[in-house]
Ligand binder design. Structure first.
Ligand SMILES: NC(=O)c1ccc[n+]([C@@H]2O[C@H](COP(=O)([O-])OP(=O)(O)OC[C@H]3O[C@@H](n4cnc5c(N)ncnc54)[C@H](O)[C@@H]3O)[C@@H](O)[C@H]2O)c1
Length: 391
């Protein structure tokens, strides 16, 4: 998979203790990468990182899988970040550390901008310094969001060249992170020996091990496991839904392609250094109510009701759909799971957790999900192997 680019590769992941970061770290380790994670403590209790012992999983990992270094530090601290990068000497970087919640961004805009914007600046500054000394990475993937687009709420599917914006502080911070990346790419990373820098935009994801606030699938799991009725804020709202493994396969595909193309082709590689959408399948754009009902079916029973007090909620952006045509055409990536596949996989994971499964069982479950996803991707015609992508 991914043209074997990750086997034995030194990879730096910021935000590895988070929901997406934990899945990505596990996947990279199983691909044989030597991963250094840099993040604060897991942001929720429980968390996938702790529940599945992602950090301690090395001992039980199959032969041939990679090594893991777990660093706990802040992306706002440039010195610490620089020292970690110096020590890890990564060949590929995935930047996921962020304050990722829209509602929290209304309460803590300064923290959100400091983390999401200056955290990105700090990372790229340190990458620039490493590159100047000839020890820089070859590929950097900055994970932003579909919310970086100026959402005109017209139902138009956004392509990478559409205007950026963002109504709330979180969305705008991700737009800013895009602008920062574009400026560094043009100003400092245009030379052949500089890293290929790409940004990856995807929407809300679901999957086992997310306990983020104000996310409907974790809300379903929390309520049903407690025998409670699920309170649903906006049942009629139509949203794109995607399993976490979908964008992660996109980030891995992008990282592999950037790495290989920089290695093979020098400045030709810069064709992959840019922005990429990793959106769900068209049939995965459905109402919140449908997702809740699918979750209840997969769980084996339960009830939901419209939540009270929705009039006082902060502004929530309307439907935003991504056009992932560029990733399909140029990376061979495609969204492979239907909304039923995605919701059922998530529900099965949470059911196992709430039945009391321990770290080994949950890790095995995560690996089985990754294997099932890879099978579906192969059936859907996803290419993924960087070697097959024309440069
Ligand atoms: N989950 C989604 O639906 C979604 C959708 C689009 C984009 N994203 C983006 O994907 C990335 C990961 O999201 P997630 O859902 O896994 O979030 P998460 O909250 O589960 O994880 C965030 C990670 O960032 C770390 N972090 C936060 N502040 C930090 C700081 N100051 N210094 C160092 N580390 C810090 C946390 O410790 C954690 O490891 C984020 O950049 C987010 O904006 C997420």
């Amino acid at each position: 998979m991914f043209g074997d680019v990750y086997a034995g590769r030194r990879v730096f992941v910021t935000g590895h203790t988070g929901f997406k970061g934990s899945w990505l770290t596990l996947w990279l380790l199983d691909l044989g990468a030597d991963v250094t994670g840099y993040a604060l403590a897991p942001p929720t209790e429980p968390s996938l990182f702790e529940a599945a012992s992602i950090g301690a999983a090395e001992a039980g990992r199959p032969k041939g899988t990679g090594r893991f270094t777990d660093l706990r530090a802040d992306v706002r601290e440039r010195l610490a970040l620089g020292q970690a990068l110096e020590m890890a000497a990564p060949e590929i970087i995935f930047h996921l550390a962020a304050q990722p919640l829209v509602r929290r961004s209304y309460a803590e805009p300064h923290l959100t901008y400091e983390t999401n914007v200056m955290g990105t600046v700090n990372l790229l500054e340190e990458v620039r310094a490493l590159a100047a000394s000839g020890r820089g990475p070859r590929a950097v993937v900055n994970v932003t969001s579909d919310k970086c687009y100026e959402n005109a709420e017209t139902g138009h599917a956004y392509v990478e060249g559409d205007p950026l914006g963002g109504f709330d502080p979180y969305s705008s911070s991700k737009g800013c992170s895009e602008f920062v990346s574009a400026a560094y790419r043009r100003s400092f990373f245009a030379k052949p020996e500089a890293p290929g820098l790409a940004t990856a935009r995807s929407g809300n994801v679901i999957g086992g091990g997310d306990w983020g606030e104000d996310r409907i699938v974790p809300d379903c799991a929390r309520a049903l496991s407690a025998g409670a009725i699920i309170d649903v804020r906006n049942p009629a709202a139509v949203r794109p839904w995607q399993h976490v493994l979908e964008p992660l396969s996109g980030y891995l595909s992008l990282g592999a392609t950037l790495w290989r193309s920089v290695a093979d082709a020098g400045d030709e590689a810069k064709q992959f250094a840019g922005a990429w959408n990793f959106g769900p399948r068209r049939d995965a754009v459905v109402t919140v109510r449908e997702v809740v009902e699918l979750f209840i079916d997969a769980w084996g029973g339960g009830e939901w009701r419209p939540a009270l007090g929705t009039a006082q909620q902060p502004h929530e952006a309307g439907l935003l759909v991504l056009d992932a045509g560029k990733a399909e055409r140029e990376l061979g990536w495609r969204a492979s799971w239907s909304v039923v596949d995605a919701v059922s996989a998530a529900a099965r994971w949470y059911a196992e957790f709430y039945r009391g499964a321990g770290p080994d069982a949950l890790l095995t479950h995560c690996r089985a999900d990754i294997a099932a996803y890879c099978d579906a991707a192969a059936r859907s015609g996803a290419v993924w192997a960087a070697s097959e992508v024309p440069t």
